[in-house]
Design a protein around this ligand. Structure first.
Ligand code: SAM
Length: 287
């Protein structure tokens, strides 16, 4: 059983170290054993697994994962938490802490050096102010990852799951679904954390694809098209793409590409699924 995942023990550790919670780092510590159990179960850890934890806080999830896997590397930005982690995790010889901004850590290099380039599992209660950049960087940098099991804002979890025709559908939905299969494990109310966040949360597991579900000749072009379409959501695709600074296609070229794959010239990006974006991207290469 976890020692830290309740209000009393978390408060005690914080007081003992005279730690002041940093809002700017998105610090909302988990104090619910039941939710913690759900995250750990969803991560399906085995003794072979190398786990990367982003933002261990005071070590609540780390101390639960360490006995269940081969190694945990926990990356924590706040240097004031390092002495606390040294204390709470002192009983484990398979945990190391990197005091750094996760977005500045070369995870490809770390995994090559420490896990022979074999896929790792990422488990975290993510800081909400940078959830999307963290997830996008894990996916886009082609880091060898089996699964990403993370607590995020409920609204962000919903955005990862949805398809065309819903208001939450966007660049994040398409990127996540290109690289992984999302599954919402649990919804988590605000009172499971201290301090309480002002939004509801959810645990989501992304199982990374071995091969993407669609084939596309130029991945970078496809993601630029996706960005262009959702940058100006209310505009037609033709206007969105021809106005986008990162692309140099004319309205005529976009119209031609749309025609060649049987789509209307008035269509908006929000109506296209991943397969259609891939087709459009390949068609534009031919114009
Ligand atoms: N895992 C702990 C828990 O569940 O109680 C803490 C979760 S708290 C929501 C997010 C954690 O991420 C904090 O410890 C925060 O300091 C850390 N953090 C914030 N930004 C970070 C970044 N860019 N890189 C690494 N850690 C970060």
């Amino acid at each position: 059983m976890s020692e830290l995942s309740n209000f009393k023990n978390t408060q005690e550790i914080i007081k003992k170290h005279n730690f002041s919670i940093q809002k700017k780092y998105g610090q909302n510590f988990l104090i619910d054993e039941h939710v913690l159990n759900k995250i750990i179960a969803a991560a399906e850890l085995s003794k072979d697994d190398y786990v990367i934890e982003i933002g261990p806080g005071i070590g609540t999830m780390t101390e639960r994962m360490a006995p269940e896997c081969r190694h945990v590397t926990a990356i924590e930005i706040d240097k004031e938490l390092i002495p606390i982690l040294s204390e709470t995790l002192s009983g484990f010889d398979n945990v190391d802490i990197i005091n750094e901004d996760v977005l500045k850590v070369d995870l490809n290099k770390l995994i090559a050096e420490r896990n022979d380039n074999k896929p790792v599992k990422v488990v975290a209660n993510l800081p909400y102010y940078i959830t999307t950049p963290i997830i996008m960087s894990l996916l886009e940098n082609k880091i060898p990852i089996d699964t990403i099991t993370v607590m995020v804002q409920k609204e962000v979890a919903d955005r990862m799951m949805v398809g065309p025709g819903t208001k939450d559908y966007g660049a994040l939905s398409l990127a996540v679904q290109y690289y992984a299969k999302p599954y919402i494990v649990a919804n988590v109310p605000m009172n499971c954390f201290i301090p309480r966040p002002n939004v509801a949360s959810a645990v989501i597991r992304l199982t990374c694809h071995k091969e993407p579900p669609v084939t596309v000749k130029d991945e970078k072009l496809m993601f630029n098209l996706i960005r262009a379409s959702f940058n100006q959501r209310r505009k037609t695709l033709i206007n969105g793409i021809s106005n986008f600074s990162g692309l140099s296609y004319t309205k005529e070229q976009v119209a031609m590409a749309l025609n060649s794959i049987g789509l209307s010239e008035n269509i908006r990006g929000e109506a296209l699924d991943l397969e259609k974006f891939a087709k459009l991207s390949d068609a534009l290469l031919e114009t």
